[in-house]
Design a protein around this ligand. Structure first.
Ligand SMILES: [Zn+2]
Length: 231
């Protein structure tokens, strides 16, 4: 194989390595990106907290209502038990009962409001729990696919590197550093010459140049400086 041929093969290996490295990064991102899952978990946690809070408020509203009803029962007992005879006291008791009954109605309305609030939050939390389960399954499936994929890519990278280093070891070090330098500036250091044109810049290569390249000399394109390779 000519020197240009070796460099061309080296370039193929380098490009393949680059592609595999990108794939590896993507897979690693898939394996570590659990943002949606974390967000769903914290969303559910805050809904659970809201639910506990609303339930607490509902409970204390129920107790307050029970207290009021108990007071009303006691007054009713005094009013209709027959023990209280004083008309003035009876009037006062009636007034008090009326006031308590009105408070009861207000409390009952408030309790209904709290109950529907609790139901609403419960429904929201159920949806959030379902969504979290879905995301967890999705996450596990992704992990199951991505983990072996990562292994495959790592093995491929190791093989490519071994082949690349083996080949690089056979190439003249000055040619190798020219290759590396051009690769850094142009991305593609070695290009084929087809129908007399450099495939890097599509400019016609002088006959004498490509003849030298064909003979095995390492020739750079006059226009784009890339190394010319003729099969
Ligand atoms: Zn060129």
């Amino acid at each position: 194989m000519s020197l240009a041929g070796q460099l061309y093969r080296l370039q193929q290996l380098d490009l393949e390595l680059q592609k595999k490295q990108q794939e590896l990064t993507e897979v690693e991102n898939q394996l570590s990106d659990n943002k949606a899952l974390v967000a769903a978990e914290s969303g559910l946690a805050s809904q659970t907290e809201q639910l506990q809070d609303a339930r607490k408020r509902q409970k204390s509203s129920e107790w307050e209502l029970e207290d009021l009803q108990e007071k009303i029962r006691q007054i009713d007992g005094k009013l209709y038990g027959g023990k209280t005879k004083d008309p003035k006291e009876l009037v006062n008791l009636e007034k008090e009962a009326k006031g308590l009954k009105s408070q009861t109605r207000t409390k009952e309305d408030a309790l209904l409001g709290l109950m529907s609030q609790v139901e609403e939050i419960e429904a929201g939390a159920r949806t959030a729990r379902g969504e979290l389960e879905r995301l967890k399954k999705e996450w596990e499936q992704t992990q199951e696919i991505a983990r072996p994929r990562k292994n495959e890519i790592e093995i491929a990278i190791a093989e490519l590197k071994r082949e690349r280093n083996g080949l690089a070891g056979q190439i003249d070090s000055q040619a190798l550093s020219t290759y590396e330098r051009i690769r850094l500036t142009t991305g593609q250091a070695v290009v084929k010459v087809e129908k007399g044109r450099c495939l890097g810049c599509h400019i016609t290569v002088p006959t004498s140049q490509w003849q030298k390249a064909r003979a095995g000399d390492l020739i750079q394109c006059n226009n784009c400086s890339r190394l010319l390779y003729l099969e």
